[in-house]
Design a protein around this ligand. Structure first.
Ligand code: NAI
Ligand code: MG
Length: 357
């Protein structure tokens, strides 16, 4: 029986609450199964660890993670620790060190869920964002000169490589072909203002698109794309964009499909040499943390993306169906979707739905 070695980093804020439900679902799938088994390494890293040690993870953290086939991640962030320390201390180094270059973020308007965009019916919004995940605007390249003086000078440089740009764009086209829905890829840049990096991106997009003549293409400036996501979300199919822009567009896409609490994210190492990482799109959500209010469905869906990546396609499909049914039936629903159930009640409901699938 295959045993999958999974690193679990619950992290901060709502992270531990939603990861507990994700694990509950994984355990329900493996309990009694002769085909599926998980060996977890629970890694207590994040802001509490930082308070104790001055680091978000130990020196050999990446070495420990490397021993696993996938990483199941909650969130990091702390109201009292600057965000650049929490993010640069754990999440971003992991994405870079393990070359998790392709972030895939499906967004679907489920039956039972209302979009804040008037007139959108279930299934109308059905898109996937491909986010470049290791370079671009998030590259830790820059510096600070003469701090605290009137000459203080700050440089933050974007890094766009041909390899990185081409492979995220190609992944988006490949994903679009596999999806076989609206057969359209929208590339989002800001090439009117960023005449080096984004013009380069546009050129690579054009070049790669020639290999996919059957796919309709569109290039939008990011401000226009943000507007279109809010007024015509049903016109998108696959969106491909840089690290920063796709991050921002992911939050818009999540709320137009009902809630931040539904959006899942895969962070894929394309060579499969290193573990890929699976998480929700949302962060530590300080405003609802510790209250049992967080919707765990984003993290549970991320567990589904993880199983799919590991080759357990039919089990991944079961998770997807259980999430869809939970949303459609609306018997057990968290407050973000208008319900009054708790995080753990939703996890229990998914386990129940899996048992009758
Ligand atoms: P956030 O994603 O944590 O929260 C944004 C809004 O969505 C909040 O109103 C929150 O209550 C709501 N929300 C988030 N998750 C939800 C869930 N599961 N169910 C229901 N509602 C949910 O973004 P914010 O507030 O900008 O960031 C808070 C902290 O998280 C910051 O420290 C930030 O750096 C960090 N962060 C970490 C990420 C990660 O670990 N991958 C990603 C995004 C932010
Ligand atoms: Mg984000």
């Amino acid at each position: 029986m295959p045993e999958y070695k999974l690193a679990v980093i619950a992290g901060d804020g709502v992270g531990p609450e939603v990861i507990a439900e994700g694990k509950k679902v994984l355990d329900a799938l493996s309990n009694g199964s002769t085909e599926l088994n998980f060996a977890y390494s629970e890694l207590p890293w994040g802001s509490a660890y930082y308070r104790e040690t001055g680091q978000m993870m130990p020196d050999d953290g990446l070495e420990q993670l490397k021993l696993n086939q996938a990483i199941f991640f909650g969130a990091v962030g702390d109201p009292d620790i600057p965000d650049h320390i929490t993010l640069q201390g754990l999440l971003l180094p992991m994405r870079r060190a393990f070359d998790q270059a392709i972030s895939i973020r499906p967004c679907y308007l489920h039956p039972g869920v209302d979009s804040p965009i008037v007139g959108q019916k279930p299934g109308d919004i059905d898109m996937v964002i491909y986010r470049e995940n290791t370079e671009g605007e998030y590259a830790p390249v820059g510096g600070r000169l003469y701090p605290g003086t009137p000459h203080e000078t700050v440089i933050q440089t974007g890094v766009f490589t041909k390899r990185g740009t081409e492979r995220i764009i190609r992944a988006a086209f490949e994903g679009c072909v596999r999806r076989n829905k609206k057969n359209k890829v929208t590339s989002v840049t800001k090439s009117n203002a960023q005449a080096f990096s984004m013009v380069f991106w546009d050129e690579v997009f054009e070049e790669v698109s020639l290999d996919y003549p059957q796919i309709e293409t569109e290039s939008l400036l990011v401000d226009r794309a943000a507007m279109d996501l809010a007024r015509w979300p049903d016109r998108f199919d696959v969106i491909v964009s840089s690290n920063l822009f796709a991050d921002i567009l992911s939050d818009i896409a999540a709320v137009v499909t009902g809630s931040m609490g539904l959006a899942a994210s895969a962070n894929i190492n394309p060579s499969k040499e290193y573990p890929s990482m699976f998480e929700s799109v949302h962060g530590a959500a300080f405003d609802i943390a510790g209250k049992g209010l967080a919707n765990p469905l984003a993290t549970i869906s991320a567990a589904g993306l993880m199983l799919d990546h590991l080759g357990e396609h039919s089990t991944a499909g079961r998770i997807e169906r259980a999430v869809a049914r939970c949303l459609e039936e609306r018997n057990v629903i968290t407050a973000d979707l208008g319900g009054n159930n708790s995080t753990s009640q939703v996890g229990d409901e998914i386990v129940r739905l899996l048992s009758i699938d």
